[in-house]
Design a protein around this ligand. Structure first.
Ligand SMILES: Nc1ncnc2c1ncn2[C@@H]1O[C@H](COP(=O)(O)OP(=O)(O)O)[C@@H](O)[C@H]1O
Ligand SMILES: [Mg+2]
Length: 309
């Protein structure tokens, strides 16, 4: 188990991570979700012992990681946000190189590289230099490199950014398979909620250095358990209509959309009441559509911004 207690990281003038508490239990797939600048990379760098916290502690199996650096580093595989490969070498040579760092050699090394090239779908390209690879292929190879020493924990920092859809699919399925059938514990960082939703059982939502929500997927969505969003389409948007919505005690949030408003409410069966409020304010209603909340809605609800802002 890896855990963080009250971990803060300050760079000159920036508090990138503020008093973060976190744990990763063996066998889990945990997501770290947040927009750019939330502090995800800083958190993952501290979790992987590459960056020292300003205050607070990272522990592995109950002991501070700096007291067992070698054991700890052998237990984790890190896929950093920036690709870390040797572009002049072939895919296979890269894996052999990373394997040697972990003291693998001979047949065992060769076999491991072969198996991982197959896992990430690069067997046919193994003799090609990495500099000829697409972004997606590099990401896949980077993931294979992180797995050469059979780590118990795989820590991935936004592995699908700038990746073509096919490689993205492949990476997601590879990670899912590693976790489900090979027992690898996964920490998956992303600003794509659909990836976290697909892969992870539990998640942390970060924004501006703070963990603003954590728990199982169900619990996180439970933040909005009763809440529903309604897409209200009107023939015309008007100030009085928006004001009537803002002023109604049952309305939690109002956002302007193309041809109307998006309204959030925790009130049961708010549909009819919503219709009454806006018609009383003189609206000509074209349609109302009720939606169940997504992780994106949770984030919007907690921060007032979208993940891509
Ligand atoms: N080495 C650094 N020096 C100064 N500021 C940094 C450094 N690394 C990150 N930051 C700042 O810390 C904040 C969080 O960054 P980061 O952890 O990279 O977020 P994310 O990975 O969620 O996009 C940002 O404001 C970023 O500019
Ligand atoms: Mg980052």
């Amino acid at each position: 188990m890896i855990e963080m207690t009250d971990v803060t990281k300050r760079f000159k003038g920036v508090e990138a991570v503020k008093g973060m508490n976190f744990y990763l239990e063996k066998g889990e797939a945990v997501g770290l979700l947040g927009p750019n600048g939330a502090g995800k990379s800083t958190a993952i760098s501290m979790l992987s012992s590459l960056v020292k916290p300003t205050t607070g502690e990272v522990r592995f199996k109950g002991e501070p990681i700096n007291k067992q650096m070698q054991t700890f580093r052998r237990s984790i595989g890190v896929v950093p946000q920036e690709i870390a490969l040797l572009p002049q070498l072939t895919a296979e040579e890269n894996l052999l190189f990373f394997g040697q760092i972990y003291k693998l050699s001979g047949r065992a090394l060769k076999k491991k590289a072969e198996r991982l090239l197959a896992l990430v779908g690069l067997t046919e390209r193994r003799k090609d230099k990495v500099k000829t690879f697409s972004g997606g292929m590099k990401r896949r190879l980077n993931t294979a490199a992180a797995l050469m020493h059979d780590p118990e924990f795989l820590l991935m920092d936004e592995p699908t950014v700038g990746v073509d859809p096919q490689s993205r699919r492949h990476l997601l399925d590879t990670v899912k398979d590693l976790q489900k059938s090979q027992g690898v514990t996964v920490l998956y960082t992303s600003h794509y909620m659909e990836e976290v939703e697909y892969l992870c059982d539990r998640l942390y939502v970060m924004d501006r250095g703070d963990v603003i929500a954590s728990g199982s997927k169900g619990e996180i969505k439970g933040v909005l358990s009763q809440a529903r969003t309604y897409e209200l389409r009107l023939s015309e948007k008007r100030e009085e209509i928006e004001q009537a919505l803002q002023e109604d005690g049952r309305v939690e949030a109002v956002a302007e959309i193309d041809n109307g408003y998006r309204v959030t409410s925790t009130e049961p069966d708010f549909f009819m009441a919503l219709l009454e409020i806006v018609t009383a304010a003189g609206a000509d209603v074209r349609g109302i559509e009720a939606n169940s909340p997504t992780l994106e809605d949770v984030f919007l609800h907690l921060t007032g911004r979208t993940l891509r802002d």
